[in-house]
Write a protein that binds this ligand. Sequence first.
Ligand code: SF4
Ligand code: SF4
Length: 156
Amino acid sequence: MIAASERLESERRCGAPTGGAETGWAGRFVPEAALRGNTIREWSMTYVVTDNCVRCKYMDCVEVCPVDCFYEGENMLVIHPDECIDCGVCEPECPAEAIKPDTEPGLEKWLEVNAEYSEKWPNITMKRDAPSDAEKYDGQAGKFEQYFSSNPGQGD
Ligand code: SF4
Ligand code: SF4
């Protein structure tokens, strides 16, 4: 397994992957080496939780993840990049549309946030009630800078 930061650097150096195939696995590109038997984890991308989760934290995502790789902070969740199998199931479940594939441009910051706090916060697999004021914050810009808390959530 490689660290998320190492993977980012490796991907930057290599650019777009060559040689491989679109798989039926959520239609994602899997490099040839992975298809030959190397672990998918080293080669695949990940999904990340982004700004609009902050203070919304609806938690619909945690119940659909097949590998239980969500971690809970006081006011947002993150995905562990080394545990996510890139299945994409959680993305459409998020009412706040806060989950994105890290193949989208400009998400490097979020990969770092997800990688860092998934090592610090407790695992969560069961949905609880969203914050009572979640709707008020849904869609606001710049929530991370204004409201992010590095405190852990309660977890399962
Ligand atoms: S469903 Fe979306 S807003 Fe809710 S906790 Fe998951 S990522 Fe955050
Ligand atoms: S993409 Fe799949 S494995 Fe990754 S966090 Fe979402 S549901 Fe879990």
